[in-house]
Write a protein of this length. Structure first.
Length: 501
């Protein structure tokens, strides 16, 4: 009964006219920018984050969640229509989705992606509602040592699941940790790494870094060349799947939902891993594996369901522990902190309307996307026809205005330009920026909990291994390192990411 009453509170909060409006705005804005090739959910939320600061906390988080779902849907649209994934987890969808589009079945592929995503989102939202409260109760047992060990596990997992070289991912995490140390020491009050610039006494602007590394850098990368747009000239016919296609997509959607729901909780890139895992499973269980890579409907239904389920369940560690499982959740943590909310288990007890309102909005947002996106596919196709040299300068201008509006600080604009160029260089060096953002967000919390645990333990580092939960998390961290460094696992990991490229 507690679950039903909590969900009733959540739907009452999410279904208020104001929150419904912001959820609608979020899914439309998210889809609009998510459709743009190569930008994706992280860059979308980073660029649109400033406009949510003046809203109520519940409305702002619901809107950001809507942007997240919208960008996920938009990413699959570009993956299918022009073979350019808007999000890394949509790279698998592009393999068969684009081939379906070239065969004149783009409408069917888009409908399968939308319907599979909606089903997976519905199931994953229910799982979040069921498992979040007991995990929150466990999280209340966490002290400084447990939080430190959990964050170490999160950063190590981010390295293990990062795209490309493990060494480069480690370097990105370390760079993020160093950037997170800029500002004033939390205990002594001494400025550090500020280079004498008083504007950096409170640390680097989170929004400026996120917009620069993800938004501006991705725009610069996409300006390098045009994508194949031949499919865009064709008419989208046969939008609704046939009975046979429905039969073929049921199994992949169910399996993809299960895989994504479990793997999405993993820190680092659970949703990306879920999409690849789903594609691998479908190819192995299929009676016609030779169709994969040539327009198999299972190759769209499974990964899209896994991707969306993973995106939803990534909210579980955020809502229960205050720990981001991926870069988008790191942005959500930043939004909560800016709104004056301390992420963690106390949110559920101190602000139940916000906690359950965000959960309920997940289902509402996914329903809005299905209702809106299928009729508006033609609009997104026309948007993709706009020349890049016209579209991207407009986006960059709005990014700069949004970042400046946060603190009215001109140094933030310099930071956006610097981090944009740095992000572009990192992309050219094949260094994934996602671990950098996770390191930047988790760095200050990691340091604070490390120093607090050492103070409480009177300088004895054994406090991290004498407390059972902390010790278990550290053992799990070591196991993750051992597993990912095994030759067979490293080879399989490299194969998966080569396919993504």
């Amino acid at each position: 009964m507690d679950l039903l009453s909590n969900l009733a509170l959540g739907f009452a909060t999410a279904a208020s006219p104001e929150n419904l409006l912001f959820c609608l705005i979020g899914v439309i804005l998210g889809t609009l920018i998510g459709v743009l090739p190569g930008i994706g959910a992280t860059a979308t939320i980073a660029m649109l984050l400033p406009i949510t600061f003046q809203l109520e906390p519940v409305s702002s988080l619901i809107m950001l969640a809507g942007i997240y779902y919208g960008a996920q849907y938009g990413g699959s649209t570009t993956a299918i229509l022009i073979n350019m994934p808007g999000e890394s987890s949509s790279a698998v969808t592009a393999i068969d989705g684009y081939q379906m589009a070239r065969k004149g079945r783009a409408g069917t592929a888009l409908a399968v992606a939308a319907l599979g995503s909606f089903f997976a989102g519905t199931v994953a939202t229910l799982l979040v509602a069921i498992f979040a409260p007991p995990l929150t109760a466990v999280a209340l047992q966490f002290g400084a040592a447990e939080y430190f060990s959990l964050m170490v596990l999160g950063l190590v997992s981010a390295i293990a699941l990062a795209h490309g070289s493990i060494l480069k991912a480690l370097a990105m995490v370390v760079l993020g940790l160093l950037l997170g140390m800029v500002g004033t020491d939390i205990y002594s009050g001494t400025p550090r790494f500020t280079m004498g610039i008083t504007e950096y006494a409170d640390g680097l602007n989170f929004v400026a870094l996120a917009v620069g590394v993800f938004g501006i850098a991705e725009i610069l990368r996409n300006l390098e060349g045009e994508q194949d747009r031949t499919v865009l000239g064709a008419k989208l016919a046969g939008l609704f799947p046939s009975r046979e296609e429905f039969r073929r997509m049921v199994g992949p959607v169910l399996r993809g939902t299960g895989i994504g729901s479990v793997l999405g909780i993993l820190p680092g890139g659970g949703a990306v891993l879920a999409a690849f895992a789903s594609y691998t499973v479908e190819k192995r269980v299929s009676k016609t594996p030779e169709e994969f890579g040539h327009g198999a409907i299972e190759g769209v239904a499974g990964p899209e369901s896994a991707n969306n389920a993973g995106a939803q369940t990534s909210f579980i560690p955020l809502l229960t522990l205050g720990i981001p499982a991926n870069p988008v959740m790191a942005l959500m943590v930043g939004a909560m902190i800016i709104q004056g909310i301390v992420p963690g288990p106390n949110v559920a007890t101190e602000q139940p309307a916000l906690f359950w309102g965000v959960i309920a909005s997940m289902w509402i947002g996914n329903l809005m996307l299905v209702v809106l996106n299928l009729p508006l596919i033609g609009l997104w196709v026309r948007l993709l026809k706009v020349p890049y040299h016209v579209l991207f300068p407009i986006i960059m201008a709005f990014c700069s205005i949004g970042v400046y509006s946060v603190n009215s600080n001109v140094y933030d604009l310099y930071a956006v330009a610097f981090f944009g160029l740095m992000g572009y260089v990192l992309i050219k060096l094949k260094c994934e920026p996602a671990p950098l953002l996770l390191g930047f967000v988790l760095g200050p919390m990691l340091e604070e909990n490390l120093r607090r645990a050492m103070i409480l333990g009177r300088g004895d580092p054994s406090v991290f291994v004498t407390r059972p939960i902390s010790a278990a998390l550290l053992v799990l961290t070591v196991l993750v390192l051992v597993v990912v460094l095994l030759p067979s696992i490293r080879k399989k990991r490299d194969e998966v990411f080569v396919e993504a490229d």
